[in-house]
Structure formats: structure tokens, C-alpha cells
Design a protein around this ligand. Structure first.
Ligand SMILES: [Mg+2]
Length: 266
């Protein structure tokens, strides 16, 4: 469905990285971060875990993710928390994958564009990143996400694709690369429901292993027969990406690993 009709975007996209051999795209919440920042805000500063769970049940029975996610975030604003406050809360409480900085630096050193593709809001993502990679780098890192609109505690999420049930159709960040005359090899990293639209369009799909029993993206990929590599953290994924970038591993061989921890014995 996403391939034929592109939903209208309310925000511009950054220019495509042309003539690159590799491009790395990654989900933010639960993939680069170790816990979901919007769930954290909702559970501790919004309407709480119980109501969020009820929303998740409604999503599973067909309610658009976009609408339930908007309600979650509205409950945080309704409790009087501004975006600036949310930024501070998340800076204090959200940590990043232990291998992320290493991975990000590898990409920079090897001319591999790294882009964050998120269903969250860019100002919150940049705030959390600034703690780890510094303000300047956090302002410059490429993020394709949703935004926030409004003032003080009177704010709400501004969706990139208001007409998509996901609010942000992530496949729209990948498909333009696939249409290039010399498309790059695309690495994609994700963990959840919001990554399903993008999952099948990557060349090498990495799915984050969680300790929770509900690994939504892994279950979806297995059911749909989408080849993917499980990874525990970005250090593990880096071993596979290095192999592909150095030409020691073909894309097919990389996918055959099925788990990043298998690369040492490959
Ligand atoms: Mg996620």
C-alpha cells in the first residue's frame, strides 16, 4: 500500500544522499534508546501505564496508532508539562544503546550517512541526543520524525503524514533511495510496530532483541518472511555492518547470519 501512493508530508525531507555506497537508517525509541521515551512520559507524567495499555489493545484491534499516540501525548500536556520540561525529563531518564556512539562514529568515519527515522518528535530526540553526542552534533544529526506544535503546556504532536494511520509512514524515507539509478545498500534498524512499514524495503534489516516477550517487529518479519538479523546492541550490529562495508560479507551472507552474535563464527 505504501509503495504506490505516497502520503502527503506536512514537513520537508532532507535531501537524499546521492552516490553513497551505504546509508544507515534507524528507528529511535527502543532501538537507539534503551526504553521508549514516549511511553516513559505517558506512564510517569501523563495518564499512566494502565490507560496506555488500553490504547495498545485498541491499536491491536484496528484503531490507528496515530490517534492513540496523540491521546498519550496529550495526556502529558494536559498535566501541565511543556515540551521544554519533557526534554529535561527525558534527558534525565532515557539512556542510549551502549554501542550507539561507536556505531555512529564508524558511520561518520566511513562516509555512511546516518539518519534517524522516528514516530516520535524531533525536539525531544535532539534533547536526549545532546546529552550523549553534544549540542552541536545533536542539532546536525539528520532526523526524519514528527514535530510538536503549540506553546507552553498547550502543545500536541504534529504528524508528518496526518493521513497515514501511522502518523509517519517510515517507508517514505527509504523508497526514494530505492528509486535512485545507483541505489546505496540500505541498513535499517528497528524494533517495533512503527517500523513495519519500512522493514521490507531495507537491504539489510536489523531487528533489536529485547528481553520482553513481545518483540513486535521480529514476530511481524517472521510471519511475513522478511529476512532480518537480530541484534542485542549496536556494537553487535557494527560487526556485521563492518563485514558488509569491507566486502567480507555479502548482503545475502549477512542475512544468513540471522543473529548478529553469529558473525564471530562466520
Ligand atoms: Mg521503536
Amino acid at each position: 500500500m505504501t509503495e504506490d501512493i505516497a502520503p502527503k508530508s506536512s514537513m520537508p525531507y532532507p535531501p537524499l544522499h546521492l552516490d553513497k555506497k551505504f546509508v544507515a537508517l534507524s528507528d529511535w525509541d527502543g532501538t537507539i534508546t534503551t526504553r521508549d521515551s514516549n511511553d516513559y512520559l505517558t506512564d510517569h507524567h501523563g495518564f499512566g501505564l494502565e490507560k496506555r495499555r488500553e490504547g495498545n489493545v485498541r491499536i491491536l484491534s484496528g484503531e490507528p496508532f496515530r490517534d492513540e499516540f496523540r491521546l498519550m501525548l496529550k495526556s502529558v500536556a494536559k498535566n501541565g508539562h511543556s515540551i521544554a520540561e519533557c526534554q529535561e525529563i527525558l534527558k534525565q531518564n532515557i539512556s542510549l544503546d551502549p554501542g550507539f556512539l561507536n556505531f555512529y562514529n564508524f558511520c561518520k568515519a566511513n562516509d555512511i550517512p546516518f539518519v534517524i527515522i522516528s514516530s516520535g518528535m524531533a525536539p525531544l530526540i535532539r534533547a536526549v541526543l545532546s546529552k550523549l553526542i553534544g549540542d552541536e552534533e545533536a542539532q546536525n544529526i539528520e532526523i526524519i520524525a514528527n514535530d510538536a506544535q503549540g506553546e507552553g503546556s498547550d502543545w500536541e504532536i504534529k504528524y508528518r503524514h496526518e493521513e497515514s494511520p501511522f502518523g509517519h509512514d517510515k517507508s517514505q524515507a527509504i523508497l526514494p533511495y530505492r528509486r535512485l539509478p545507483n541505489p546505496p545498500t540500505i541498513f535499517f534498524f528497528g524494533d517495533g510496530v512503527s517500523d513495519m512499514s519500512a522493514a521490507r524495503h531495507a537491504d539489510v534489516l536489523f531487528v533489536k532483541k529485547t528481553d520482553k516477550s513481545d518483540n513486535d517487529l521480529a514476530a511481524y518479519c517472521t510471519r511475513e518472511g522478511i529476512p532480518h538479523i537480530l541484534f542485542r546492541d549496536f556494537n553487535g550490529a557494527l560487526d556485521v555492518v563492518k563485514g558488509v562495508v569491507d566486502g567480507k560479507l555479502s548482503v545475502e551472507k549477512a542475512l544468513d547470519l540471522k543473529d548478529a552474535s553469529a558473525v564471530a563464527s562466520a
